[in-house]
Design a protein around this ligand. Structure first.
Ligand SMILES: Cc1cc2nc3c(=O)[nH]c(=O)nc-3n(C[C@H](O)[C@H](O)[C@H](O)COP(=O)(O)OP(=O)(O)OC[C@H]3O[C@@H](n4cnc5c(N)ncnc54)[C@H](O)[C@@H]3O)c2cc1C
Length: 172
């Protein structure tokens, strides 16, 4: 089974980062259920989180800014420095960043990338959020425990809001 999975993954990968193939075009068996399965596999690949356990950690889920620009998608990018997230400030671990990539029209989140202590844990929950098409506005209005590193994702999302809404959310 592992061999099959590895073969499927290899056939699914294309020369363009962040773009996967599915179905007859892969050259595997030309069967409708296989095309369906590979389509879902390709969709899942965009929501697999990654983490590099350096200090600070590097973690992300979804597409990077570079990947979406390569694909010619119409996107916006917002970021927020770790240095002004209280938890980081308290323990003097302030080197880092939160970056969100979202589609301009739908405002759907395409990628979340974090450089921070515990970045791997921070992105973890967003795998489900991305799969369900969460918008930047929904993350901006979400709730976090305080003080946590994960608050940085919400604050980055709030930078995507109109100024008046942004102010209301931060003060409210
Ligand atoms: C006669 C026949 C009978 C079959 N019977 C069975 C069967 O009984 N059971 C089974 O499991 N499988 C069967 N298959 C195979 C099955 O149909 C395919 O494996 C499956 O449809 C592959 O799905 P796909 O998404 O890869 O490709 P497709 O279903 O062919 O979808 C590709 C789509 O891309 C579109 N497209 C192509 N070029 C472009 C372009 N440049 N821009 C935009 N769109 C484009 C096409 O119009 C098409 O809608 C049969 C195939 C044929 C031809």
């Amino acid at each position: 089974m592992e061999e099959v999975d590895r073969d499927l993954l290899d056939r699914t990968r294309t020369s363009v980062a962040g773009v996967w193939a599915a179905g007859d075009v892969t050259g595997l068996a030309q069967l409708s259920p296989l095309a369906d399965f590979m389509g879902r596999l390709a969709a899942d690949l965009t929501t697999i989180p990654t983490a590099v356990f350096t200090d600070p950690e590097l973690a992300g889920v979804g597409l990077t800014e570079e990947e979406v620009r390569t694909r010619g998608l119409d996107v916006e990018v917002v970021s927020y420095p770790l240095a002004v997230v209280q938890r980081a400030f308290y323990i003097d671990a302030t080197r880092g960043l939160f970056k969100l990539v979202y589609e301009r029209g739908s405002r759907r989140i395409l990628g979340i990338h974090v450089v921070s202590r515990s970045a791997g844990d921070v992105v973890q929950g967003y795998t489900l959020a991305l799969r369900h098409g969460v918008t930047v506005d929904e993350i901006a209005a979400s709730h976090n425990a305080f003080p946590t590193f994960g608050e940085g994702v919400k604050y980055a999302a709030q930078r995507a809001l109109p100024v008046e809404a942004n102010g209301a959310l931060i003060l409210g």
